[in-house]
Ligand binder design. Structure first.
Ligand code: KG4
Ligand code: ZN
Length: 382
């Protein structure tokens, strides 16, 4: 063994390593210090400044306003993360930053800050894929994990399913072909006049409604074969949420009339109970679709003798109570270790960015000060 060879397995992070994470990909300015200890990432501080109050009146994120708010908040947020971590003379080994995918103006702020901190501290900067980072959120402050894993990201911008050999080795199995699930929740909430951000409000409202009140179309995607002109009816592991959204639009506003056809029935009055029923039915249909894809993915991997030991999930929608209950049940039924992130790590945060960076730091996958933000992920067909 050479004198510099580590005692732990190659690319395994070392106990005591500290990483500063920075996240500004959308409308949360976040910073966190994560320490590697006992085979897992542990959060010493986690500061998140959300901009919901800025974007609420537009019912969506306004990119220019988001980047300006990041600019004002980034330094105080990083300072607070360093202060509350109570480092007591311990040194940070690297600065990690979510540099893809996201709003380019927002990403630029976090990237510039991360490079400035890294340069001034004389430590490496590591650019992190935000989607991949969501998948390690369930490993924060939790016992070490077994691989291979299935990985599901369900967020405002992404709905992706991966097979993973480790946090740095993932293959895309499927993704949404249209809206992301969180985007669908947000649009559904807007149609039902529930407010912004819609996902949590729709979750809450669903508890008052009947999930069987309305049947939503279930997508049967064989898109890849159809695109290629083939006849195969084999279902893909992709997702689609735009049909559900249109069905909800028609349920709320009525089906548009078509020439030479009988006039469609007017929609039912949008009473308080009807709103709750539609919210519950929409949530149930969206969650059923996710669970159906997960079941088929597991069957497919089992048929290939490649059974995953773990299911990693992450992204804002994994805060949804109904989805969490179904995922927990899935783990029990199939004997899989399901890692549900704590609620605060489901939505965007910098702890997940720092956590993923621990594996990259251990593998010496550092970036240079030329690191640039990118609006798209480079994972699979993104
Ligand atoms: O991961 P995230 O913070 O940002 C992205 O990377 O996109 O996810 C935000 C999304 C939003 O669409 C929000 O409405 C949704 O997560 N969300 C929820 C819940 N909490 C947040 N959707 C359904 N139920 C929830 N409880
Ligand atoms: Zn996210």
């Amino acid at each position: 063994m050479s004198p510099s060879a580590p005692n732990n397995p190659p690319h395994e992070p070392t106990d005591g390593t500290l990483i500063l994470g920075i996240e500004t990909s959308c409308d949360e300015t976040a910073a966190s210090i994560v320490e590697w200890r006992d085979g897992a990432p542990h959060v010493l501080s986690n500061v998140v400044s959300t901009q919901h109050e800025i974007h609420a009146r537009y019912a969506g994120v306004v990119p220019e306003l988001a980047s300006r708010a990041h600019l004002e908040r980034i330094v105080p947020v990083v300072r607070e993360a360093l202060r509350s971590a109570d480092l007591q003379g311990k040194h940070v080994s690297a600065v990690a930053v979510g540099n893809r995918p996201g709003l380019i103006g927002s990403l630029l702020v976090g990237n510039a800050a991360a490079k400035a901190y890294a340069w001034s501290l004389g430590i490496p900067v590591i650019g992190i894929d935000h989607i991949a980072a969501h998948l390690v959120a369930g490993l924060l402050d939790a016992p070490p994990v077994r691989w291979p894993a299935l990985g599901l990201v369900a967020s405002g911008g992404h709905t992706h399913l991966f097979r993973m050999d480790g946090p740095r080795s993932m293959t895309l199995l499927g993704r949404t072909i249209d809206d992301a699930i969180g985007e669908a929740f947000d649009k559904a909430a807007t149609l039902l006049s529930l407010g912004y951000p819609g996902g949590p409000l729709l979750d809450e409202r669903s508890s008052l409604g009947d999930p069987a009140a309305m049947r939503f179309p279930t997508p049967r995607l064989t898109a890849r074969s159809a695109r290629e002109g083939g006849q195969s009816t084999e279902r893909t592991l992709d997702f689609s949420f735009s049909g559900m959204k249109t069905a909800l639009l028609y349920a709320v506003r009525g089906i548009p009339p078509v020439a030479n056809r009988p006039a469609p029935r007017p929609p039912l009055p949008l009473t308080e109970q009807r709103v709750s029923d539609l919210a519950a039915s929409f949530q149930s249909a969206a969650v059923n679709q996710v669970m159906d894809v997960l079941k088929r993915a597991l069957e497919r991997l089992e048929a290939e003798n490649d059974r995953p030991a773990t299911l990693l999930v992450g992204g804002g929608v994994t805060a949804n109570r109904h989805l969490r209950a179904e995922l927990t049940q899935f783990g029990t039924t199939h004997g899989i270790d399901v890692r549900l992130p704590a609620q605060k790590y489901c939505v965007d945060n910098a702890a997940m960015i720092a956590a993923l960076a621990h594996w990259r730091y251990a593998a010496r996958e550092h970036d240079t000060l030329r690191l640039a933000p990118r609006s798209h992920s480079m994972l699979g067909r993104c």
